[in-house]
Design a binder for this molecule. Structure first.
Ligand code: ADP
Ligand code: MG
Length: 585
């Protein structure tokens, strides 16, 4: 076989294959052209998943009558002039390929009227060959109808999926562009029915509500960055929305990325986002994220592939780390207790934290100090183990907080560095007591309170038997018991946190716990029971000093986020969340 130049038509069809893979590629290219033309209204009218026809109309700047045929030639573009322009692309299109490619594989009718012109031109092309050209009355803008896609490329036609699948791909594109261009009014019609439309209000949240419904949209967290990251002007800004960990999907299709207004696919960026949710999502589930990355145009190479959906980051600071950090920070700052706890646990190296040494100097005491009525003023946070510097939520523990007050004699309000904490006083105290108690148990140094005259406790016969049987354990738990007549014990001492409690109640509850099966080992199980017995209750008014003491002790707990039963100890409301609730964003 001799070497021959491909015919123009064949060359066009081969080139077209790179740009126009399926109907959704036509939609993408034509919508991008409309956006480049400055349109504020874009209608997309599709028949049979795009197989029969795709019509896109816009109110953009239009194509000048003199250029209309040229626009359909290969490598014809108004968006690029010199090779230098390639270094910084500000438009979605620039390769001058799309119209030629689409024309090569379909029958096209275009009607366009440019801003300065008094009439429009209608042009018809079959397989890229001009069929007719007329002057027509038309509003400013462009309407392009693409019919019988691949009618002349049977091989391609065969590869199209079902109408429903092709339609889904089109929907995906339109929805994504609607998110990135909320100021543009989009309308999508399938087989004569409107299936999606946006208001063009300019508010992304409006578009998100249209797509996900108010319930999910309401929960989305804003990623915003007003302050320059490094230099002035900012090198990279990242804005957008991410879902809370409670919103997740089986695939990655809800992770949508725009770089300088261009929809991109980027595995590394997608991975950075998924990593930011690490430990927060069930495995095999993916978050919702809509991120807009803005960076100097010369830092991104968009000329990687004819479809222009891949980018390469030039320069020394690719945005992966920044994206991951910002997503993570937003999650942590806005996450309610449980998620935050999961996050912190997933991040804190096991061996660190203040838990191990907690309270050591204090256990030498055998008498509760004054003000001990709730066990709240005790122990003082030992100086050696108190955190030296302020920590914030992202380092795993609780930040330093200031007590604001108490609500409903049940919740303590505190102010942290960037928001408000509502602390469940009972759950918090359960956590504190449990940690102190466990730590004392492990060191076998139980601080006890000696009852001056002893207290006699009578039990039901079977309970008395149980207590007798486990008397050694009771002793280790700080309860010194002596037999004192039938089914009765004399209590000589109690754990120090129980100084003000009714010993009989505690012993009865502990006996109950002995009867209940537990997944935990016995000490843990009993200490959990006792901690919740000894903790302050809802309905207990606290003084400012008591609240401060409680908060300080909670700050020192290793896992301050939940009580020993796993319920949250607090709810966090960030300043950003408050602003959102008040409609200040
Ligand atoms: P590119 O977008 O890369 O420039 P296209 O083949 O998509 O290449 O479009 C060729 C040219 O046709 C564009 O540069 C633009 O000048 C013009 N054009 C295409 N679509 C429109 C439109 N909807 N409104 C105005 N001009 C358009
Ligand atoms: Mg284009």
């Amino acid at each position: 076989m001799t070497i021959q130049l491909l015919s123009d038509q064949l060359a066009s069809q081969i080139a077209a294959g790179e740009v126009v893979e399926r109907p959704s590629s036509v939609v993408k290219e034509l919508v991008e052209n409309a956006l480049d033309a400055g349109a504020t209204i874009i209608n997309i009218d599709v028949r049979d998943g795009g197989r029969t026809s795709i019509q896109i109309s816009d109110n953009g700047c239009g194509i000048p009558a003199a250029d209309l045929e040229i626009a359909f030639l290969r490598h014809a573009t108004s968006k690029l002039q010199t090779v230098d322009d390639l270094n910084a692309i500000y438009t979605l299109g620039f390769r001058g390929e799309a119209l030629a490619a689409i024309a090569a594989v379909s029958k096209i009718t275009v009607v366009s009227r440019a801003t300065a012109e008094s009439a429009g031109i209608r042009l018809q092309l079959d397989g890229g060959i001009r069929q007719s050209r007329d002057t027509v009355g038309a509003p400013q803008g462009t309407v392009i109808s693409v019919e019988n896609i691949f009618y002349n490329v049977p091989a391609r036609l065969k590869f199209l999926k079902s109408d429903a699948t092709e339609r889904k791909l089109i929907d995906e594109f339109v929805v994504r562009y609607a998110l990135a261009y909320p100021q543009v009014r989009f309308r999508l019609i399938h087989n004569g029915r409107i299936t999606f439309q946006t208001s063009g209000s300019g508010h992304i949240l409006d578009v998100l509500i249209t797509i996900y419904g108010p319930e999910i949209a309401r929960q989305l967290l804003t990623i915003g960055q007003d302050e320059p990251i490094a230099d002035d002007p900012p090198a990279i800004t990242i804005t957008g929305f991410i879902g809370p960990p409670s919103v997740h999907w089986a695939n990655r299709s809800h992770i949508v990325l725009f770089v300088n207004g261009r929809l991109v696919k980027d595995n590394q960026l997608t991975y950075a986002i998924i990593q930011a949710y690490h430990t927060l999502l069930p495995s095999g589930r993916y978050p919702l994220a809509l991120l807009f990355i803005e960076m100097p145009a010369d830092q991104v190479d968009v000329n990687v592939h004819p479809t222009k959906t891949e980018v390469r980051f030039r320069g020394d600071k690719p945005p992966f780390g920044l994206v991951q950090r910002m997503v993570r920070q937003t999650l942590v700052a806005d996450a309610p207790t449980r998620q935050m706890s999961a996050w912190a646990m997933g991040n804190q190296p096991e061996a660190t934290g203040w838990g191990g040494e907690m309270g050591q100097p204090v256990f030498a005491r055998s008498e509760p100090p004054e003000q001990s009525s709730l066990g709240l003023a005790w122990p003082e946070p030992p100086a050696a183990t108190a955190p030296e510097t302020e920590t914030d939520a992202s380092s795993g523990g609780l930040p330093i907080m200031r007590v604001v007050g108490q609500v409903g004699a049940a919740y303590i309000i505190t102010e942290g560095p960037e928001g408000l904490f509502l602390i469940d006083q009972q759950a918090a105290h359960e956590r504190i007591l449990y940690d102190l108690y466990m730590s004392a148990w492990q060191r076998q140094q139980m601080p006890t309170h000696t009852l001056a005259s002893g207290t006699a406790v009578s039990l039901a016969p079977h309970q008395a038997e149980l207590v007798q049987h486990h008397s050694a354990t009771f002793a280790k738990l700080g309860f010194q018991l002596e037999p004192f007549g039938p089914h009765t014990f004399m209590v000589r001492s109690v754990p120090i946190w129980a100084a003000e409690h009714d010993p009989a109640q505690l012993i009865v509850q502990t006996a109950h716990a002995l009867e209940r099966p537990s997944a935990d080992d016995l000490p843990r199980h009993l200490i959990r029971t006792l901690s919740s017995q000894m903790a302050i209750r809802q309905g207990q008014a606290l003084t400012h000093t008591q609240m401060t003491s409680l908060i300080q002790q909670l700050e020192q707990c290793r896992d301050p986020f939940t009580n020993p039963q796993g319920s949250p100890t607090f709810i966090y409301l960030s300043v950003a969340q408050l602003a959102r609730e008040f409609g200040r964003l």
